[in-house]
Design a protein around this ligand. Structure first.
Ligand code: MG
Length: 164
């Protein structure tokens, strides 16, 4: 049996808006600003979805969940990830690991990383040690550093066990 490996990358950036709920990697975080978006704005889960879809060469999240579709307005991004996990499974792959890097000036994300990893591991039906979430600050530079947005980058490895 030859395992097949597929690497995928996903990047998502959402603007920060005062007074909006902040949802990141499926976790609600207390903050003055939240991520603007047609859905719940969870750039973490969006980047992860795109990385998984990319690895399986299935397209991108927007192709399945259009931001023009009223059905996706305010949508819980965990729904998107559940759908993507199913699509990837149907194509014969499973997630080996995911590594997410969140670029955000504020708030401090370290206290929330454990909860984010747990949410993602559960949604992807993998062990906690297969999911990594890291956060980095922008040192005041660029739109993330100025607190205008958050950007998340996700890298995943999918594996398929060949039966032939
Ligand atoms: Mg997005």
């Amino acid at each position: 049996m030859q395992p097949q490996y597929r690497i995928g990358e996903g990047i998502d950036r959402h603007a920060l808006e005062a007074g909006r709920r902040l949802l990141l990697c499926g976790v609600e975080i207390e903050h003055s600003h939240g991520l603007r978006g047609h859905s719940d704005g969870d750039a973490g889960l969006h980047a992860l979805c795109d990385a998984m879809l990319g690895a399986a060469a299935l397209g991108d999240l927007g192709a399945f969940f259009s931001d023009q579709d009223a059905a996706n307005a305010g949508r819980d991004s965990r729904d998107f990830l559940r759908d993507v996990v199913e699509r990837v499974a149907r194509s014969g792959y499973r997630l080996s690991n995911a590594d997410l890097t969140i670029m955000a000036e504020a708030p401090k994300l370290a206290p929330h990383v454990a909860a984010m990893r747990a949410v993602i591991a559960e949604l992807c039906d993998v062990a906690l040690d297969q999911i990594s979430v890291k956060a980095t600050r922008g040192e005041g530079l660029g739109p993330e550093g100025r607190g205008e947005c958050m950007t998340v980058r996700a890298v995943v490895l999918l594996t398929r066990e060949e039966t032939a």
